[in-house]
Design a binder for this molecule. Structure first.
Ligand SMILES: Cc1cc2nc3c(=O)[nH]c(=O)nc-3n(C[C@H](O)[C@H](O)[C@H](O)COP(=O)(O)O)c2cc1C
Length: 163
């Protein structure tokens, strides 16, 4: 194919970050990519809450596999506002991850399993859903994708004409 195609296909979750904050321009660039994500009827029913510093440990309490949040330079929580839909949130998360990769920032999607508690922690409005976040940081020199186990075969996931 070509480099741009590989850039997308080779996006991996990276969980090991350098111990330094994101630069303001890098964080802004990532948030801008999130803001420009397409959404159903262009409703943009989302908010993006950036957590840094001491807030990271508090946020991490609300999910089961959240060490990347604790280790991150910043974590963006995707808030699905009332009336929004999760497909849009997923698109925004992927935009965040791809934009981050484009400026050499590593990322990992995170589930906040106790999302109602996370919502309270964040002070997000009732009716909003705060179940997903993306941890971000400059990749540690030793960083490698950890749980990458390949993918199901094309034959098993792609169907033509009928399931
Ligand atoms: C919706 C979603 C939720 C995820 N939640 C977590 C999580 O809570 N903790 C974590 O370490 N990784 C999480 N991941 C990352 C996946 O484990 C990872 O994407 C998957 O193992 C495939 O690896 P790869 O993205 O490096 O190819 C999540 C990914 C997705 C798409």
């Amino acid at each position: 194919m070509n480099e741009r195609y590989d850039f997308i296909v080779k996006l991996r979750a990276i969980r090991d970050y350098e111990d330094r904050g994101l630069s303001e321009p890098d964080l802004e660039a990532i948030l801008e990519a999130a803001r420009w994500t397409g959404s159903s009827k262009n409703r943009q029913n989302w908010s993006f809450v950036v957590i840094t510093g001491e807030g990271l440990d508090g946020l991490a309490e609300h999910g089961d596999f959240t060490q990347p949040i604790r280790d991150s330079a910043a974590t963006i929580v995707l808030v699905q506002e009332a009336g929004g839909n999760m497909f849009d949130i997923g698109r925004a998360a992927q935009n965040i991850m791809l934009a981050a990769k484009a400026i050499e920032v590593a990322s990992c999607p995170i589930t906040l399993h106790r999302d109602a508690d996370a919502r309270e922690f964040l002070g997000a409005p009732s009716g909003s859903v705060t179940r997903y976040a993306v941890a971000l940081g400059y990749p540690a020199p030793t960083a490698v994708p950890r749980r990458f186990g390949g993918r199901r075969s094309a034959q098993s996931v792609v169907h033509y004409d009928r399931y």
